[in-house]
Design a protein around this ligand. Structure first.
Ligand code: PXG
Length: 457
């Protein structure tokens, strides 16, 4: 049973002592503290006021197997009793770590046969940064140091993560990006290619990568990094053919291809990994979130044998974290993957719930506020516009309508994110048809309620 918390006191203490992530602390103070989430079950979270909310965000794009999985609790407790911690620095390792590496290698398949562990998605991308540069140095091409990424990409919140990412508002804090990261346009058809042929638009976006490679000099470019689907950027689905073009460009200039699968991994797009959905083969795959369904912090990098063979010529790779390969997190991740397999959640997302979500979202298309709906697997988005048939935004600038609709959705019992004027969702992979109907029904109701508010602006 959930504990009987003194919610008012917790809120007071929250304001007084707690500094929440990526947040305006003054705003939280003015609100009298954050919403306190006390417990959760299946696809629903419950807050301190007793509101039961459908979690359309799976926590933060991560609780793929849903809340309340007793066997994950048990496996964590068992592992803690047996061995709560040991490191991988002292020529030592623990059983769950080895077994999880093997499991991940079997899921990524092909040349991605080696796994490096970290505790977060950001750390996984820091690992990319150091591993890729070290690789090129050992390979005798030390000038290859430049990473190419995309504007509006999200690769984490550490110095390397923010730098690799393309969030300008994050770059503004901390004098980032660090040198050696180049950003090119994103394949965001609705926002930046509206009215153009989508396939041609995708080709143009890929061509921008090649153009930048030539400007920087191919001999200086180390890797291209991208999320198969940009999540935090607003669920940006690449146009058909985009990733094939990107892959061909990387191969043409001998540049490593990194697929950041932190959100797309573990069934989200209807395959184990987003690169499998989009049909391309990366050299390094950072992953996190769905790896443990968020039950414990853990991330990993699947790495190609070719890269590992080169790194093996260089002695120690002096990189790694105290919690690299944490045995409890690894044991939970292993069992989490077992649950995804046992319940067939990947195929169910591809063949059943994913198409069902797409059909349900399509019913919103005729709403006067909706410019586009899109989804792949169980990750989707609704674009809010001022005029049907256009991509014109309310108030003439992005970010007016999104927060209004998002807040109405939450008040109506659905947790979603509003990214600029895009409502995004990625529910747990266990979501049922009835819960998908509720999810889309609450968005429809919230759009109806938002319309007069927006008209009155
Ligand atoms: N890569 C991708 C693709 C991500 O989505 C990270 C790396 C970083 O992971 P960690 O575990 O270090 O947070 C992420 C994280 C949002 C939001 O606003 C998205 C993320 C994190 C926080 C907020 O949607 N994604």
């Amino acid at each position: 049973m959930p504990k009987n918390y003194d919610i008012a006191e917790l809120k007071r203490l929250d304001v007084k002592h707690h500094l929440p992530a990526q947040q305006d602390w003054k705003l939280i103070e003015d609100m009298g503290g954050s919403r306190i989430i006390t417990h959760a079950e299946g696809c629903h979270i419950t807050d301190g006021e007793g509101n039961r909310i459908l979690d359309g965000m799976a926590g933060l794009w991560c609780v793929n197997v849903g809340y309340g999985r007793e066997e994950l609790v048990e496996v964590a407790a068992e592992q803690m009793r047996e061995l709560p911690f040991y490191n991988t620095f002292f020529k030592t390792v623990t059983p769950p770590t080895v077994l999880l590496a093997q499991k991940i290698a079997s899921l990524t398949g092909g040349k991605l046969q080696h796994v490096f562990f970290n505790a977060s998605g950001s750390e996984a991308n820091d690992t990319v940064f150091r591993m890729v540069r070290h690789y090129w140095k050992l390979k005798g091409e030390p000038k290859r140091t430049v990473f190419i990424s995309r504007w509006n990409a999200y690769h984490g919140s550490t110095v390397a993560g923010v730098s690799l990412g393309g969030m300008k508002f994050m770059h503004e804090q901390g004098n980032l990006p660090i040198p050696g990261v180049e950003h090119v346009r994103q394949p965001y058809w609705f926002g930046e290619g509206f009215g153009e042929d989508p396939v041609q638009f995708g080709k143009d976006c890929a061509a921008a990568i090649e153009k930048r490679i030539l400007e920087v000099g191919p001999e200086n470019v180390a890797a291209f990094i991208g999320e198969p689907v940009q999540g935090a950027g607003g669920v940006i689905l690449p146009p058909p053919g985009y990733w094939q073009e990107v892959e061909a460009i990387c191969r043409k200039y001998g540049i490593l291809l990194v697929a950041d699968e932190v959100i797309c991994g573990f069934g989200r797009t209807g395959e184990w990994f987003g690169h499998q959905t989009y049909g391309f083969t990366p050299d390094i795959v950072p992953m996190a979130k769905g790896l443990s369904s968020g039950y414990l912090p853990i991330s990993a990098n699947a790495v190609s044998s070719e890269i590992v063979d080169v790194l093996k010529t260089g002695g120690d790779f002096v990189h790694g974290f105290t919690y690299s390969g944490h045995p409890v997190a690894a044991a939970v991740a292993l069992r989490n993957i077992e649950i995804i397999e046992r319940e067939g959640l990947v195929a169910r997302t591809r063949d059943d719930t994913g198409p069902y979500l797409a059909k349900a979202l399509a019913t919103l298309k005729d709403h006067p506020l909706v410019g586009e709906v899109r989804s792949v697997g169980l990750i989707g988005a609704v674009e809010i516009v001022a005029e049907p048939g256009t991509n014109t935004r309310w108030g003439g600038a992005e970010g007016t309508a999104g927060p209004i609709v998002r807040d109405l959705c939450i008040a109506n019992g659905l947790m979603v994110r509003g990214i600029r004027d895009t409502i995004v969702m990625c529910p747990p992979l266990i979501i049922t048809h009835a819960e998908i109907d509720t999810l889309v029904g609450i968005i429809a109701k919230s759009l109806d309620e938002a319309l007069p508010l927006l008209q009155a602006l």
